[in-house]
Design a protein around this ligand. Sequence first.
Ligand code: E4P
Length: 257
Amino acid sequence: MHDANGTLASGCIIFNLRSYSVGSDTQLFSVPAMPGLGANSMQIFLDTANIAEIKKSLATGVVSGVTTNPSIISRENKPFDTCIAEIIAVDPNLTVLLEVLAMDTQGMISEARKLNNISNNIVVKIPMTPEGLAAVKVLSQEGIKTTVTLVFSLNQAIAASCVGADYVAPFIGRLEDIDTDGTELVNTIKRTFETQKNKTKIIVASIRTPKAVSTLFSIGCDIITMPLNILEGMFKHPLTDAGLKKFNEDWQKVPAK
Ligand code: E4P
């Protein structure tokens, strides 16, 4: 039905799929290894350590990574190791962001090395502190992928990039909570990185609304991580629901023979 450019060929008949099931088997939607790390396309990550939520979101096919932090892990009421093992078991190709707990540079480095050894697709989250920056410098030289987290200003993002962070994670919802424009910050980081021909990518975190997702991707964000309710909010539109209801009602009127 599609030509080499993905264009719908003329003369095709499009049937609506009236009966289908999505996601009864998450293996159907196995994500590619380290999708998009260094690539130039939009990616959606899920901000959770909850296995049921991860499976549900993967079943849609649009999610390629999972982000956690100590608060997110604590909600699961399980040991950290168990949480990680269960997440990786869902799909070994899933990009998984795990945060260190140490506050000192050596402690962060040693935790990051251990986390990195768990699977090929771990990105280690390091907090935006002077000790964290020093840790990122060492880890980036070792080829360990890092995200500098808890970023709330352009200067913090610049510092993270200067030490070789693969990603910075601005928390836009927490900025909005204190009446500060998070989207503007992301835009400024993005423009600065582009001006400087910088390789550090942006994972936008702390998302509160589906509208924020469309705004942030439309200004060119690389990756956005969001909770399940926001992901599901992205899919919803009242006209889709109304249209589908009408199609189903009309389909009942089609003679069987
Ligand atoms: C990402 O992993 C962040 O830790 C997370 O998005 C923070 O979200 P919150 O501000 O809603 O806690």
